[in-house]
Design a protein around this ligand. Structure first.
Ligand code: ADP
Ligand code: ADP
Length: 226
C-alpha cells in the first residue's frame, strides 16, 4: 500500500513566488526514500505542507489514505516530522520535551515516559535527560528532534536534512539508527545534500528542481547513470 501520495501539489507564497509547480510523488509502505535537489528547489516547502505548517495552494496529499484536507488529524497520527530548525522550549528538560509531545497525541503519561526512555536511550541521550534543551550540542538537539518525532510511533517518518552540519561519526550512528527503524517497518523519507547518505540508506529517490519532480527512480538506476 501507499505511505505517501501527492498529486499536483502547488504552492504560491504570499509574495507571488511559485515554490511548487505541480508535485506528483508516491512512496510505498516500507520504503526508504530520499528527496534530493538543490537549495530553493521546494523540499522544505513540501515538508512544511505535510506537517501543516505551510498551507498548500492546490493539489492533494494523502498519508496512509488519510487526506490532508478531509482528515488532517488522521494524517498527523501516522506521521512524524523532523524539521530542519530546532523549535524546542529551550528551558524544558530533554526528557520532558519528549513526554510533552506525547501529550499532544493523547498518549497517557505512563506510556509516554516509557517511550521517552526507550528513544532517548537508543539515541544516546539518556544521560542528558535532565538537561534543558539549550544545554545540548547541535548533534544532540537533532537526535532529540528524532526522539520527539517518534513518541507517537508514526508509520511514516519524514526528516528534513537530519544530518546537516553533523560530524561523520555521529552521522554514521544516525544512519544506523534510521536503518534499524526502517527494518522495523517504519517508512522513511529524508531530504539530504549528501549523496552518500542517500546511497547508504535509500532504496528510491526523487529529484526536485524548481518546484517540480524531475526524476523518480531507484537508487540502483541512479548510480548507473552517474
Ligand atoms: P504563506 O503564503 O504560507 O502565508 P507567508 O506569506 O506567511 O507564506 O510568508 C511570510 C512572509 O515571509 C512573506 O512576506 C514572505 O515573503 C517572507 N518569507 C519567508 N521566507 C522567505 C523566503 N525564503 N524567501 C522569500 N520570502 C520569504
Ligand atoms: P529547499 O528546501 O529545497 O531549499 P524551500 O522549499 O525552502 O526549498 O524553498 C523553495 C523556494 O520558495 C525558495 O526559492 C524560497 O526562497 C522560497 N520561499 C520559501 N519560503 C517562502 C516564503 N515564506 N515566502 C516566499 N518565498 C518563500
Amino acid at each position: 500500500s501507499s505511505a505517501l501520495s501527492i498529486r499536483q501539489l502547488t504552492k504560491t507564497y504570499a509574495n507571488g513566488f511559485q515554490a511548487l509547480r505541480g508535485i506528483d510523488l508516491d512512496v510505498a509502505e516500507g520504503d526508504f526514500f530520499a528527496l534530493l535537489g538543490p537549495n530553493g528547489a521546494g523540499k522544505s516547502t513540501t515538508i512544511g505542507i505535510l506537517s501543516t505548517l505551510v498551507n498548500k495552494t492546490g493539489g492533494s496529499v494523502q498519508v496512509f489514505g488519510h487526506d490532508l484536507d478531509r482528515d488532517p488529524s488522521g494524517l498527523k497520527r501516522c506521521l512524524g516530522v523532523v524539521p530542519q530548525e530546532f523549535n524546542f522550549n529551550q528551558f524544558e528538560k530533554t526528557f520532558d520535551i519528549v513526554v510533552t509531545q506525547a501529550g499532544y497525541y493523547g498518549i497517557p503519561a505512563r506510556i509516554a515516559r516509557v517511550r521517552a526512555e526507550q528513544y532517548l536511550t537508543q539515541l544516546g541521550l539518556w544521560d542528558k535527560r535532565d538537561l534543558p534543551s539549550r544545554m545540548l550540542s547541535g548533534g544532540m538537539k537533532r537526535r532529540l528532534m528524532i526522539a520527539r518525532a517518534l513518541v507517537h510511533q508514526p508509520r511514516l517518518l519524514i526528516l528534513d536534512e537530519p544530518t546537516a552540519g553533523v560530524d561523520i561519526e555521529l552521522r554514521r550512528s544516525m544512519w544506523s539508527f534510521l536503518g534499524e527503524l526502517n527494518r522495523q517497518g517504519i517508512t522513511i523519507i529524508l531530504t539530504t545534500h549528501y549523496l552518500e547518505e542517500a546511497e547508504q540508506l535509500c532504496r528510491h529517490i526523487g529529484i526536485i528542481d524548481h518546484g517540480r519532480i524531475v526524476e523518480h527512480t531507484s537508487m540502483r538506476e541512479l548510480l548507473k547513470k552517474l
